[in-house]
Design a protein around this ligand. Structure first.
Ligand SMILES: [Zn+2]
Length: 296
């Protein structure tokens, strides 16, 4: 082993130990599970690891969403879970947005004849990057499209750029449920440095979502304690967090502070109980610092 190899081996060992200790602190949970959304008789959440997606069962077939199968056999499990509930065909797979950790692995659905739908910008990104394990969408959404199947309507709304330029807000008007991924976490700080996130468009998008008629939010990842659904208050809290963060960072930039001083000085105690406040707040600060300091 070269010195570099030894360093890499040590780092890999440390990473393994870290993952093992993180897992040891979690209550044991099966790798995947399906739950029916309370108050409905046709809406389900399929969770695999820390990712989840919504599916809707109708007499004429199933509308599924994100395959969440990046480097793991989630789609096979997802299909088996659906088929335990209904033998009706899986008619659609709808992508929440273009990020591969949510949309990879859909081929088993394609093999069953499902039609894949995504925002037009997601299809353009997939066409440009050609990831081997992402099924190319058959149909695209621009501003809005409604899918009707077996008496159920599912609206696919585009509310502008937020966490990517291809995010759909899927809304079941009758059930008053929305499914939208990664940008409205339940009691969560935005992920790391808010990669691919548009500031301040994300705040405008949140206002549009809050103005829609719905009661229950299904996010792409469970929140604290494994909570799989949220409410409009979670969306309002996320908007308040971003507005508070933005105002605090603007002040730091106006005061001539450096990145490091802004990250050291800004505290948002209202949100300190949210998971990842510690590690991610400095990275969220950096994202807003770039917006206020350099207009990007
Ligand atoms: Zn994402």
């Amino acid at each position: 082993m070269s010195r570099i190899d030894v360093t890499i081996a040590a780092a890999a060992l440390a990473a393994t130990a870290f993952v093992a200790s993180a897992q040891a602190q979690q209550p044991a949970q099966p790798p995947y599970a399906t739950t029916k959304v309370e108050g409905t008789d046709n809406v389900y959440i399929f969770r695999y690891g820390g990712h989840q997606s919504m599916f809707v069962v109708t007499p004429a077939g199933v509308i599924a969403t994100d395959p969440i199968g990046e480097r793991r056999p989630a789609a096979k499990a997802y299909i088996e879970e659906i088929q335990k509930i209904t033998k009706a065909p899986i008619k659609y797979v709808i992508y929440s947005h273009s990020h591969f950790d949510h949309i990879a692995g859909g081929k088993p659905f394609k093999d069953l004849g499902a039609t894949f739908v995504a925002h037009k910008n997601a299809k353009a990104r997939i066409a440009a990057l050609k990831p081997a394990d992402v099924v190319v969408p058959d149909e695209v959404v621009d501003a809005k499209k409604t899918i009707t199947l077996g008496g159920t309507a599912l609206e696919l709304n585009y509310v502008g750029k937020n966490h990517s330029d291809s995010m759909l807000v899927m809304r079941l008007p009758k059930e008053k449920i929305i499914f939208t991924v990664d940008w409205i976490p339940i009691q969560g700080i935005q992920f790391r440095g808010m990669a691919d996130t548009y500031v301040p468009d994300i705040e405008e998008g949140l206002k549009k979502v809050i103005a829609m008629d719905w009661d229950k939010l299904i996010p792409g990842h469970p929140g604290p304690g494994g909570r799989q659904t949220g409410t409009k208050d979670d969306a309002r809290n996320q908007l308040a967090y971003l507005q508070d963060l933005s105002a605090a960072v603007k002040k730091a930039v106006d005061d001539g502070k450096s990145y490091a001083d802004a990250q050291k000085d800004i505290k948002l105690p209202k949100y300190e109980n949210w998971p990842n406040y510690g590690p991610f707040l400095p990275m969220n600060i950096e994202r807003y610092y770039d917006y206020w300091n350099r207009g990007i």
